[in-house]
Ligand binder design. Structure first.
Ligand code: ADP
Length: 580
């Protein structure tokens, strides 16, 4: 699949681009998703920046078929204050007319009247399939308009090629070829907000919560929210549980309760099924838990809340980057360039052939219909597979007797630097992965200060339960660098027989490991595997695009900005007042 060319000097690259004489239309179609407005805004501003005319098409394909006031030229100001608004300001619709050739003929006529030969479509796989069909039919539609005397020869020549670029707006993250679709991250925020809210009430009463989230065909939201809140069990359409799952689930819930876990969370995707294709409903799960275990159990169905609210910082940034890339794709397209979709691969916006991605997306459903679930998971892509593997790994509590202890390492884990949201989730994963691999994990409190003072204790699987949702650093973190205490740290490593070190933190964590590395000549205790995991809201650790905590802090800034009046606050970190 083709990817966007690498650009050395972005500014120079943009300066050489010209959209003079081109007209670009932008529309949103199908189900709405938070962040769609960010994509519309980026298309408008990038289009205007390169000198093109940009048109809004209101109400999706219906507006294109109906024409008239539905198609309006956009200005730079017309997209002001739109980035932070949920849903889609220019309207979206499901349009029966566009499914017919007659409807598409009217739509083509409306575009030709304004010499629009470039289109950005923001929608799901249905909308993008429609867009591709429209492009394939374009020359025959122009011929028909010519025959009917609705356009002249000159119009046929000057509008001979229609360029299409798609961006996927869908909260389900159900489109193959992209790691994230616009709207998914915001929907996850809504789900986690609800989980956080019910966690407080559930913990006071020892409850079990069964939470239904969207995803009739795709279990991404359920899977990732289960990962994010450390749910006890998750049901997704791609992974129907084996027969006897009722016994296994109840066993696990009672085991967790026996470990004094006061709260159980079960997440169910709307489309969850068992291996006989029978729906697994939240009520069925609730009745099961109540009748078998007698636990106080509540059902929460999130529904449209997941589409609501303001877009997350990630969705705003994703949509903005995709919108810019979409305009670049249109400017660079030739008559033979296939319609493309702008995707996110890793942290890069890339262009992929639209129809290949649509076909792959349809193949996932086919694989599921044929009960080839492993194939469906593989087709969903790398990120889905990784999430599933991580959830399985972190949620399965092996009894001590089941663990391999041969060649076990003693791994010390500590936080260094300022606290960052997500540090606790990282410690939890490290502890559990370490234990699952047969190693012993030692928690160090208060960073290297705690290390040289000997604040080191073995940490077990259950000790990190519930850590994903907690901010700050539960281990305790300090900025102290190890440099002045190397002898004492080496001594503690000897005492506890530490033969691997994981430091989770910011730039100080990075510097700390450098100091230990440079001291290897004098302290053989430091000649062990050492690794740092960047966790800092400043996102200033070399070698990574993103550090743990950076996304949460950007969201906090975005929320504060929207809460209106500027005020002065003091934090523990910054005793001097800070303007926010
Ligand atoms: P989504 O884009 O979110 O998948 P839909 O599948 O409902 O949502 O598609 C949105 C609109 O896209 C439809 O109402 C229709 O106008 C258009 N569309 C979808 N599929 C096709 C198709 N095969 N041919 C033409 N138009 C289509």
């Amino acid at each position: 699949m083709a990817v966007a060319p690498k650009r050395q000097d972005t500014r120079k690259f943009f300066e050489n681009l010209s959209g003079e004489g081109k007209s670009i239309a932008v529309l949103t179609s199908g189900g709405d998703a938070q962040g769609m407005n960010g994509a519309v805004r980026a298309v408008v501003r990038m289009g205007i920046y390169v000198g093109a005319k940009v048109y809004f098409i209101h109400e999706g394909y219906q507006g294109m078929v109906d024409g008239g006031d539905n198609i309006q030229e956009a200005t730079w100001e017309s997209v002001s204050s739109m980035l932070q608004v949920g849903g889609t300001v220019i309207g979206s619709a499901r349009c029966k007319d566009f499914r017919t050739r007659e409807g598409r003929l009217k739509a083509a006529h409306n575009l030709v009247k304004l010499n629009i030969t470039n289109m950005c479509v923001i929608g799901g796989d249905g909308s993008l399939t429609g867009a591709n069909l429209f492009r394939e039919e374009w020359s025959s539609l122009l011929d028909e308009l010519l025959q009917q005397g609705l356009i002249d020869n000159e119009a046929v020549v000057s509008n001979s090629v229609l360029h299409i670029v798609g961006m996927v707006g869908s909260i389900d993250n159900d489109f193959c070829g992209t790691d994230m679709t616009i709207g998914t991250d915001s929907a996850l925020h809504r789900i986690i907000e609800v989980v956080d809210a019910i966690m407080t009430t559930a913990q006071s009463h020892q409850r079990t919560f069964v939470l239904e989230v969207m995803g009739r065909h795709c279990g991404y939201l359920a899977l990732v929210s289960a990962l994010a809140c450390g749910a006890d069990w998750v049901f997704i359409p791609e992974m129907p549980p084996e027969d006897g799952w009722e016994d296994n689930m109840c066993h696990k819930l009672s085991e967790n309760r026996a470990e004094r876990k006061r709260l159980n969370i079960i997440i169910v995707a709307e489309g969850a099924i068992d291996s006989h294709n029978k729906a697994i409903t939240p009520d069925y799960i609730k009745d099961l838990v109540v009748s078998r275990l007698g636990f106080d159990t509540r059902v929460t169905i999130l529904g449209h809340v997941q589409r609501g609210g303001t877009p997350s910082a990630f969705d705003r940034i994703l949509a903005s980057r995709m919108g810019v890339e979409a305009v670049l794709a249109l400017l660079e397209a030739s008559a033979t360039t296939p319609a493309c979709v702008v995707s996110l691969v890793g942290n890069q916006a890339v262009r992929l052939p639209l129809m290949e991605c649509v076909q792959m997306t349809q193949e996932v459903q086919k694989a599921m219909d044929e009960k080839k679930f492993d194939e469906a998971v593989r087709l969903r892509g790398r990120s889905f597979e990784h999430n599933l593997a991580t959830y399985r790994l972190l949620s399965y509590h092996k009894a001590d007797g089941e663990l391999p202890h041969q060649n076990a390492f003693n791994v010390a884990v500590l936080n260094v630097g300022a606290p960052a949201a997500g540090m606790n989730g990282a410690v939890r994963s490290a502890v559990r992965v370490g234990i699952a691999e047969g190693h012993r994990v030692f928690a160090v409190s208060d960073g290297f200060e705690g290390f040289y003072k000997g604040q080191i204790k073995e940490i077990k699987w259950g000790d990190v339960g519930g850590w994903t949702g907690q901010g700050g650093s539960l281990l305790g973190t300090k900025r102290t660098l190890p440099g002045k205490h190397l002898d004492k740290i080496a001594e503690q490593m000897r005492i506890h027989n530490i033969n691997a070190l994981l430091v989770i933190g910011g730039f100080e964590a990075f510097e700390s490991l450098l100091q230990l590395y440079e001291a290897r000549d004098h302290h053989e205790e430091f000649c062990v595997p050492m690794c740092m995991l960047p966790a800092t809201i400043s996102n200033n650790v070399p070698g990574t695009d993103l550090s743990i905590g950076a996304d949460t802090s950007i969201n906090a800034i975005v929320e504060v900005r929207e809460q209106g009046p500027v005020e002065r606050i003091q934090t523990k970190e910054n005793p001097g007042a800070v303007w926010i």
